[in-house]
Design a protein around this ligand. Structure first.
Ligand SMILES: Cc1ncc(COP(=O)(O)O)c(C=O)c1O
Length: 403
């Protein structure tokens, strides 16, 4: 039976609309499709493939664990999960870890924990969750409701209540709605899906102060910004403040599904036995891979390399912009970068993505106005140069089509 893109429309729920090509193989930052056509991967599976495709450390960890033990459920614990949790607590502010299978699940756990903590410590009145316009926290009904785009949460019936949204990077708009009824503030320190918008240091510091003033839990969603992507293991390390709960997924597994919620011992104590759980969370295969990924990512060499690569990307994008005048600015941190299109090209980000794929380079969009780059954290300089040459071809094509 031929496996083609047409089969997708026959057998799959149409909630996705994947590209026409079907990749079959990847190595480092290169991917090949069914016709053996090669692509340079600047997308990294949406900020997931932090060591590129089929990195030997991941392949070895997965095959070794595959020959030992696949699954137990949480009726029993397992060695890879405990080792990974120890590494995560040693490397961060956190003292306790809850494992999930995705970013949304890690956030679901964080929100439920924040509500339970507030209920047990402060009483029933303290329920309000505040989040930000254009924020993105996943697609479960609670997390998508906390996300700041009503278009994603509308149309599914009654939403979980007690959720408010305010403007990102606007402390006054947050201060205006915070009260002693606020249970938690959930925020991406660097908004990804919402257009690659960094929270300013002053703003994030102000958010922390408001949370302290109102005894509210501060949840950093680092699902996209975390695990080395900004040049430190987590982005909070560069903000001068510490959250109470942090969620991490995507790059955490380097391509194997895993998510985690990290928090303090005091807060964690409120998720008592039976309050929350998952069959697969902390699965030995996922944790073994993640542990191997962390051993590579959480090194001075790789984290410093992210900053070098950021500069190479910025330099290349600047050169393209000098020639074609398409971007208003290039923003972001580390290897979570967004090229925001100028007035002339606003709304056309997808055209660049499509032209990129035709030229043999995979990029992402973040909304309709921003082209997003979230490549492997160890992408070689030569792949960046070649990928950028292909991206320039794509830009030239879009510019010609719009002139
Ligand atoms: C900041 C942030 N939080 C949560 C999620 C949801 O993660 P997942 O798709 O693994 O559920 C995403 C995914 O894009 C994200 O960018």
């Amino acid at each position: 039976m031929p496996v083609t893109r047409a089969l997708f429309d026959e057998v799959m729920v149409p909630n996705y609309n994947p590209a026409a090509i079907i990749p079959v193989r990847g190595e480092g930052s290169r991917v090949w499709d069914q016709d053996n056509r090669e692509y340079i991967d600047f997308a990294g599976g949406i900020a997931v493939s932090c060591l590129g495709h089929c990195h030997p450390a991941m392949v070895n960890a997965l095959t070794e664990q595959a020959n030992k033990l696949w699954h137990l459920s949480n009726v029993l614990t397992n060695e890879p999960a405990l080792r990974l949790a120890k590494k995560l607590t040693d490397a961060t502010f956190a003292e306790r870890v809850y494992f999930a299978n995705s970013g949304a699940e890690a956030n679901e756990a964080a929100l439920k924990l924040a509500r339970r903590y507030a209920l047990e410590v402060h009483g029933e009145e303290k329920q309000e969750i505040i989040a930000f316009h254009k924020g993105f926290h996943g697609r479960t009904f609670f997390t998508v409701t906390v996300g700041g785009q009503a278009a994603y949460s509308d149309g599914f019936g009654p939403k979980p209540g007690g959720v408010q949204h305010v403007e990102f990077n606007n402390l006054e708009s947050l201060a205006a709605v915070m009260s002693d009824k606020t249970c938690a503030v959930m925020i991406e320190p660097l908004q990804g899906e919402g257009g690659v918008v960094p929270g300013t240091k002053e703003f994030l510091k102000g958010v922390r102060e408001l949370c302290d003033k109102h005894n509210a839990v501060l949840i950093f969603d680092e699902v996209q910004s975390g695990f080395g992507r900004t040049g430190t293991l987590y982005a909070y390390e560069q903000t001068g403040i510490t959250p109470d709960i942090l969620t991490t997924a995507k790059a955490l597994g380097g391509g194997f599904p895993i998510g985690a919620m990290l928090t303090t011992a005091e807060i964690a104590a409120h998720l008592k036995p039976g309050t929350h759980g998952s069959t697969y969370g902390g699965n030995p295969l996922a944790c073994a891979v993640s542990e191997a990924v962390m051993d590579v990512v959480n090194t001075k060499e790789v984290l410093a390399g992210v900053k070098d690569r950021e500069q190479w990307f910025r330099d290349a994008l600047q050169k393209i912009n000098d020639k074609y005048d398409v971007f208003e600015e290039v923003r972001g941190q580390g290897l979570l970068l967004g090229a925001a299109l100028n007035e002339k090209y606003k709304g056309k980000a997808r055209e660049f993505l499509v032209a990129g794929a035709e030229a043999g380079v995979m990029v992402l969009v973040a909304g309709m106005d921003v082209i997003r780059f979230t490549p492997s954290l160890v992408i070689p300089e030569t792949d960046i140069a070649q990928g950028m040459a292909r991206f320039e071809e794509a830009v030239a094509k879009v510019v010609a089509a719009n002139s």
